[in-house]
Write a protein that binds this ligand. Sequence first.
Ligand code: PLP
Length: 422
Amino acid sequence: MNFRNDCLGSARVRVLAMAPSPSRTFFHHEREQKEEEVLMIYLDYNATTPLCDAAREAMLPYLNRHFGNPSSIHAAGRAARAAIDDARDKLAALLHAKPGEIIFTGGATESCNLGVLGLARCASSRGGHIISNKAEHHAVLNAVEHLENREGFEVTWLNVSKTGMVDLDQLANSIRPETKLVSIMTANNETGVIQPMREISQICRDRGVLLHSDVVQAFGKLDIDVSLVDAGSFAAHKFYGPKGTGFLFLRSGLPIEPIMFGGAHENQRRPGTENVAGVAGMAAAAEWVLHDADAERQRQAQLRDDFWTRIEKVFADTQQNGDPAHRLANTLNVSFIGVDSETMLMALDLEGVCASSGSACMVGSVRASHVLLAMGLPMESARSAIRFSLGRRTTAEEIANAADALERIAKRTKEAREYALA
Ligand code: PLP
């Protein structure tokens, strides 16, 4: 008896037979709705977010009329340069930073790489000590591992607790005279767990060690205080801006070693012609997402908690992963014990629900999440984890419909199990 196929099969029939109904919520931008209505409930906002109207409108002039290269000195170039300068000023103002502290990059991975590699290499051309956390995103994890394996750095990997919190005593005790850099994410992409950045910053400041933080999941969802860090990585597509655009906040006066070689762009810190439309869209999205952020946080937390209440009722053996008291309002990571993540994701997909088994970069991989394993979850719980992440367009109706879908999946799972045992 192939439990998995049976579990999924009946769902497929149901979805194919289901006509788009006005009660289902559509995700597409209003102007596109009539053209391509897609039946789906998108609960994967930590993977990426849709472009907000403000970002789209800010981008259009630089995709059309103002196509100049911002490094050109003629009028077309100056128009593009003005957009870059304006975006830098806006982002700096939103973060209470200085415009020169914003370095535009090609997104989160590049920002994290620049922050980690650039600061570590600048502090020490060969060797030194770095501290990071086992539950970081691979954009930091693999950059730090590269320094460890290829460039002679020694690394202390901090443990996280069962609820995903970094061990502050271990951090303080791990700092040595030769420690060059600490890199700890503000909020985890899989569990939403928020680290105590104020305390982490204090420990690093007291000991004179540089601190980089991957702020990618936190911006727009938490109040960010960049004065706590020396460097922070951001990505537009996580806050309703375009993909392929991000920035690194780098504290004024701090030198950094570029990780790419080319022109003198971004004050000789990141070469390459700037993504003008992307940068303009990112600044507009940042302004947009911070508007009403508190109310939105409360709304999403309520929906998330309502969803969990329904899930708990339907699935006998579930658990929430990540500290409920220190967690992004939009994130719910659940282990459906006994149903592997891939099977559940496919069943949800056939029901029109988009979720994730963790970091989007792990899609296609059946490996259990390194984040959940670092938290000490048993393999069975780690391999059955699903991340639901809500966003600005998530509605109560969508949450109710997603819970109904889970109820149907639970019923089919139970039936398939009983059949397999018979
Ligand atoms: N850091 C965190 C916390 C993330 O969630 C992600 C993406 O999921 C990244 C870094 C890498 O982002 P990108 O793939 O957009 O470069």
